[in-house]
Design a protein around this ligand. Sequence first.
Ligand code: ADP
Ligand code: MG
Length: 696
Amino acid sequence: MSTRPPELFPLFAGLETLPGVGEKTARAFAQIGVEKPRDLIFTLPHSGIDRRLRRSIREVVLPATVTVEVEIGGHVAARRKGGPARVMVRDVATEFQLVFFHAKGDWLEKQLPSGQRRVISGRVEIFDGVAQMAHPDHILRPEEARGLPDFEPVYALAAGLTQRGVARAVQGALTRLPVVAEWADAALVAREGWPGWAEAAARAHAPQNMADLAPTAPARARLAYDELFAHQLTLALARSQLRRAKGRISKGDGALRARTLAALPFAPTAAQARAMAEIAADMAGPMRMNRLLQGDVGSGKTLVAFMALLVAVEAGGQGVMMAPTEILARQHFDSLAPLARAAGVRLELLTGRDKGAERAAKLADLAAGRIALLVGTHAVFQREVEFADLRLAVVDEQHRFGVAQRMELGAKGRAADMLVMTATPIPRSLSLAQYGDMDISLLDEKPPGRKPVKTALISTARLDEVVAHLRRALAEGRQAYWVCPLVEDSETVDLASAEERFRALRVVFGEGVVGLVHGQLPAAEKDAAMADFVAGRTRLLVATTVIEVGVNVPNASIMVIERAETFGLAQLHQLRGRVGRGAADSTCLMLYQAPLTGPGGRRLQILRETEDGFRIAEEDLAMRGAGDVLGTAQSGLPRFRVADLERQAGLMAVAQSDARALLSADPGLESPRGRAARLLLWLMEQDRAIRLISVG
Ligand code: ADP
Ligand code: MG
């Protein structure tokens, strides 16, 4: 099935083919991403208005939208140009006013002839002690009023759209629903009491009360599930394609791993041990591993990744670890080096800065298999680096890859197992959406003995106290970071503020004590600045957010963040994670510009309350919504039209296990349910998935 099924054509036709939609309206719809009748089906009302006929406006608590039958009294013309015209009306219990601005000619007299009865509906407010309804939404003759629904859906609008226009277009689209076979698991549908797809669509657009608009209402839950199921089916198809691709069996005797563990002053946590076992089992299997190692800062991912690399070496092959930046590659190298020494394997670092003969020699050693483990940047790996026998690639991802890019990487068909590391805790529903094609190992436990980081919120007005505190701490031999504000997301402005702060602090603490690192520094200077700080030659490091990810200096125990209220939650959490890595008590001083209000203030409160990355991530999701949490454009996370990842989180997990189960029972989607699922993929425009089944 590589062309769209004909029964879907009416839903994929132009919007103008719908009654009441002309070219202009179609353009207005395009602003909200609605380009065809199909899109209208999945653009659900976000709220609703109770239009039940009341006897009197006295029956409801004002202000509120009310529908009542009234007898029309006198008209009072606008007293001045632009002023309101009024029409007195009376229901069974009370008198009130209808108010109109800019009413033209005799429109009012025609609509509301004195002495007649009309059913009117609109928002009634008390103004100067008088009940008023300005510009009623509906003015109907009593005999027409039966056509008014008790509950009216409310849609998001854009310029050029009206509620009535949207509702009419939606009704038109709803007449085009094809008869479809059930693609969802029958037991699930029965258990949840869900209607079939077409009925769910019709019901979701015709809510009868507020409860029907809740994310848990059966019709809405069903449509959300369908959307998530289609997404998970795509991921599951990608996953099964990757797994079908020939993998390598990498089984080690455990000797190198045992030697390494014996050299460590600590034992792995239960979470680390579990992750190590999951990875080793994947690598020993014939299918290609595609696994995510997710763990908060400090959860000990490095050791787990290293153990995985050793499996590759024990099996007679090689492993590579890739980082997004040079600084991080260097850090990974530095933290892996002692482990590699303990294991007795050769580990090398390859970055864009390796040049000439040295680089050539490294490449030759790699190609000959004389280097067991390599650390480098993604860029280095993507260029021509030949391995003798690459068995595992560890990718330190930090959200730089989306699903689509991973699918491409996988399609290139290197047989090596893949382990992706991410330090950014994200809520489960989001990680399923973003990493649903992967298997996940979660480090949900921190190594014992870590002390909490003391977090204080301090007004910038007290900058002097902060400097005094730093002076004492540095005198005691401690080290500190000073992160400069993000100004309007502009690299140049950030830079200016960091350099300014650097100069000011250098005057206070003296030459040679303060270092500076930012993204615009030439690579060699950046390295030198980092190296000076790591070696303790500089004691205070002024930085932009380049130090956010991965940097590890255990002796650094103070983190100062200037204008902390302008940073995002996840970023602040990452920055704070840079301290609390050594034996000393650590502090994070979050400087803010008073007054501390709004979302910025709320973020800092959350950070003061907890260090739990997953809790912080949940709060972040609640405050910002799914798209923003992952930084939509680069995240590869699809925008869901119906599903609400925050409020319908549970559905994602169900969708994932259903999708995997369906594919394992019916890999080619050939069964009746499989065929129905193909139609769903078409309906949900999952082109990538459709391409995968067409070739598969
Ligand atoms: P992550 O990369 O997940 O942020 P790291 O791997 O850098 O964390 O580990 C953080 C620190 O914890 C390191 O100093 C590491 O040596 C230490 N560590 C790792 N695992 C354990 C453990 N099981 N017990 C004690 N300390 C550990
Ligand atoms: Mg690390």
